[in-house]
Design a protein around this ligand. Structure first.
Ligand SMILES: C[S@@+](CC[C@H](N)C(=O)[O-])C[C@H]1O[C@@H](n2cnc3c(N)ncnc32)[C@H](O)[C@@H]1O
Length: 301
């Protein structure tokens, strides 16, 4: 298995999406190409999308000789990647192990690197350092609390503001170290994990992008086509659940206010509850632990 990234819930995703000759798939989060390769090896043509040039280069390497077309961009614009309606779309949200473990990308907690965290390295968007050096303390605390689910968000935000300007991931880890009890034992979750996650979600505007991408993805499916989303965070999962409910005409269990006019019913939700990875997968790949899979199918009429 590649060290770039181990594909999560591969067996389940292959079962739900059933890649086969004659089908056209879009992998909106190609990463190290794990899912893309498995789709293409089963005979589907695959459009592999990623906003990270390094990921697309790895995907091209892994999928050499297979019917895979690469498209560099944000999956919020996935309609631009194809004129043909799709049989299936996969969104495997968040960042890859390679991104997380490469110090120069600024996602790594355990090594010092520039505090960047942009998935699209060519984008003109603010880096994590620029964001943290600009925002008011209250907004930093909100990001850490909401997107990172970090209960010590206010104390960490206060240390960040005192330490400005931050430049490196080490500068950020030092702020967290000053704000809370700090132990980094092998096998235990690093105390900076939640803060880093919150900032990454803000830097890449991950929730806004997902909110735009889900209806766009459904519009690109053929009738009967399927959309599978793997999320790793409760806010992402709630957004997927609510959007699926809304587009399938199900109002109960939705946390969203009723939109007016009601959107047309275009989906059938196939997973009544989100599916977690098996215990065996969670043991084998601890990074899969928080994964939740939801699948929906575009209605035939
Ligand atoms: C969890 S990894 C996907 C791993 C992949 N399924 C595999 O098996 O190797 C997520 C990937 O999606 C990309 N990504 C995340 N959000 C994106 C977006 N909005 N548009 C395009 N790519 C995105 C990241 O750059 C990263 O490479």
């Amino acid at each position: 298995m590649s060290t770039y990234h181990t594909p999560v819930m591969l067996t389940e995703i292959l079962d739900w999406l059933a890649p086969a000759p004659g089908k056209l798939f879009l992998d909106g989060t190609a990463g190290g190409g794990g899912h893309t390769k498995a789709f293409a090896e089963r005979g589907a043509r695959v459009i592999a999308v990623d906003q990270d040039p390094e990921a697309l280069a790895e995907c091209a390497r892994v999928c050499e000789g297979l019917p895979v077309t690469l498209w560099r961009g944000n999956f919020a614009q996935l309609a631009d990647a194809t004129q043909e309606p799709l049989d299936a779309i996969l969104l495997d949200l968040g960042v890859s192990s390679h991104q997380l473990d490469t110090p120069e990308r600024g996602f790594a907690l355990r090594y010092s690197g520039p505090l960047d965290m942009r998935m699209d390295t060519d984008s003109e968007a603010e880096t994590a350092a620029e964001l943290l050096n600009r925002l008011p303390e209250s907004e930093i605390a909100r990001i850490l609390f909401e997107y990172g689910e970090e209960s010590r968000s206010r104390r960490i935000a206060s240390e960040i503001v005192k330490a400005r300007p931050l430049k490196t991931t080490e500068d950020l880890v030092d702020c967290i170290r000053r704000a809370m009890p700090f132990r980094t034992r092998p096998g235990e979750t690093h105390p900076a994990t939640k803060t880093f996650q919150g900032i990454r979600i803000a830097v890449n505007e991950e929730l806004t992008v997902l909110e735009r991408a889900l209806p766009a993805a459904v519009a690109c499916l053929k009738p009967g086509g399927r959309l599978a989303v793997l999320s790793y965070h409760s806010l992402e999962d709630r957004l997927v659940k609510n959007t699926f409910n809304q587009l399938s005409g199900k109002r109960e269990n939705s946390d969203l206010p009723s939109p007016s006019p009601e959107p047309p019913i275009v989906l059938e939700v196939l997973t009544k509850k989100p599916i977690p990875p098996t215990d065996e997968e969670q043991r084998r790949n601890p990074r899969s632990r928080s994964a939740k899979l939801r699948v929906a199918q575009k209605r035939e009429n």
